[in-house]
Design a protein around this ligand. Structure first.
Ligand SMILES: [Zn+2]
Length: 236
């Protein structure tokens, strides 16, 4: 059994919502994690290597501005919005409320991304594919028959053994229990000791003030539905 990591200090509200990078350390060029997560991440990479897996970060920290740009390009129709099966959604046919919930299937509300915290990351296995492979972060890549299935199975076993402090917040293990929230993301890992303190600190009030003061598409629909957004997509 691994010794439990010390509980990291709580993030301030700028760090919590991706508007500060003062809590981060660069672990790979252009990829950042929370200072208190780096050692655990490196340990996970070493454990993976013993199984022939070259664990790589597709995405660690993501800033508020980056998440806002993703949100706004999807809301404006400049980037496709897809449903949980990966099929394009006809945004024009939806009410503003339904547009908000369609985007939330795959993209966090700016300020509410777990990637703001530095505790969460999207991972892949570069040993399983060629150098020219174009990573999609699609469910098929991580399922049986996909290149990262070996990595998926290894993580399944590691997590269920209780020998790691990483977990997958966006996964439904039982088929049929597809909750009306974020789509399953087998590539998304979260470092529990830090993520737990962040989950508690990120209240609906923090988000409401932030969205009210942000130039964001669908702002009125977000604010009207914020309590539902919070319970379905943010509080896991
Ligand atoms: Zn992610």
């Amino acid at each position: 059994m691994k010794p439990a990591s010390p509980i990291p200090a709580p993030l301030n509200s700028a760090q919590l919502t991706g508007q500060s990078q003062s809590h981060l350390q660069e672990v790979f060029p252009g990829h950042f994690l929370h200072i208190d997560v780096v050692a655990a991440y490196r340990g996970l990479v070493e454990q993976a290597a013993e199984e022939g897996i070259t664990l790589r970060l597709a995405s660690g920290f993501r800033s508020f501005d980056r998440q806002l740009a993703i949100w706004n390009t999807k809301a404006r129709g400049e980037r496709p919005v897809v449903d949980s099966e990966g099929q394009p959604v006809a945004m024009n046919a939806l009410s503003e409320r339904d547009q908000v919930f369609a985007i939330l299937r795959w993209s966090a509300l700016p300020g509410a991304s777990r990637h703001h915290w530095g505790s969460d990351m999207d991972i892949w296995d570069s040993a399983a594919v060629s150098d020219s492979y174009q990573l999609q972060l699609a469910p098929d890549e991580y399922a049986a028959g996909g290149p990262f299935y070996h990595c998926t199975r290894w993580l399944d076993e590691l997590i269920s053994s209780g020998k790691t402090e990483f977990f997958r917040p966006y996964i439904q293990l039982e088929s049929g229990s597809k909750a009306e929230g974020v789509a399953a993301e087998p590539w998304h890992l979260s470092f529990r000791p830090l993520a737990t303190t962040c989950e508690k600190a990120l209240t609906p009030d923090v988000l409401r003030k932030l969205i009210e003061n942000t130039d964001i598409c669908l702002q009125a629909a977000i604010l009207e539905n914020l309590d539902e957004i919070y319970s379905r997509f943010i509080r896991l």
